[in-house]
Design a protein around this ligand. Structure first.
Ligand SMILES: [Zn+2]
Length: 214
């Protein structure tokens, strides 16, 4: 898997510092399971943070949060994990730690585009869901009222920012207005962590807005 698009340094630093809410942590950790480059970056940040903590309060040293998180993720054996994945009808690129959450059912949110909510065990300002669109489908041009983190699990899409394949991380906010299109050949499933709403643009989007709720 060759990852091209990464979270920016501020997002990784916020993850390292534990400053993201649960929904955003899940999106960044999903990228980290696919990206050795960002894992190294986060580990380096944790070492710096650990050194600072060690100076301030040796007892509070906790520089291995990422390793502990990833170790926890690997608890089920591969066979058990595969059975659980099949039973829950989950996409192949989903990290194991996400599989432990409860999932709602798939529902249509736009023609040929469906969404499956992930039920978080604690209150979070960020909603997390799987978004699935078949090969070759274009989403209506839209913008965001809040930050949106997208991590590709299977397939690929393109928009003005480039091509996003498995492991790639896309950040959108209220300055971004784009029109993604899924590549031919494979359905695209993404894990999305989103605050606020999507606003669909153009006359068709405005017409369809009441029906296209994310
Ligand atoms: Zn990365």
């Amino acid at each position: 898997m060759s990852v091209v698009h990464h979270p920016d340094d501020e997002t990784l630093a916020a993850f390292s510092a534990g400053a993201l809410d649960l929904g955003q942590r899940i999106a960044v950790a999903t990228h980290l399971t696919a990206c050795a480059h960002c894992r190294d970056w986060v580990r380096a940040m944790e070492r710096v943070g650990g050194a600072l903590l060690a100076e301030a309060a040796p007892a509070a040293l906790a520089s291995d949060a990422l390793d502990r998180t990833l170790a926890r993720l690997d608890e089920p054996t591969p066979a058990v994990a595969a059975r659980a994945r099949t039973a829950k009808d989950l996409p192949s690129g989903l990290p194991r730690f996400v599989e432990s959450y409860r999932f709602g059912g798939w529902r249509w949110v736009a023609p040929r585009v469906s969404l499956r909510p992930i039920v978080l065990p604690e209150a979070s300002a960020t909603r997390v869901f799987l978004l699935k669109a078949p090969a070759g489908v274009g989403l209506l041009r839209h913008d965001h009222t809040g930050p949106e983190m997208t991590c590709v699990l299977t397939g690929a899409f393109r928009h003005e920012g480039g091509r996003y394949g498995p492991g790639d991380f896309d950040f959108g906010d209220d300055t971004v207005n784009h029109e993604p299109r899924v590549e031919e050949g494979e359905d695209c499933v993404c894990l999305v962590a989103m605050q606020g709403d999507l606003r669909w643009s153009g006359w068709l989007g405005r017409l369809a807005q009441p029906f296209l709720r994310l």
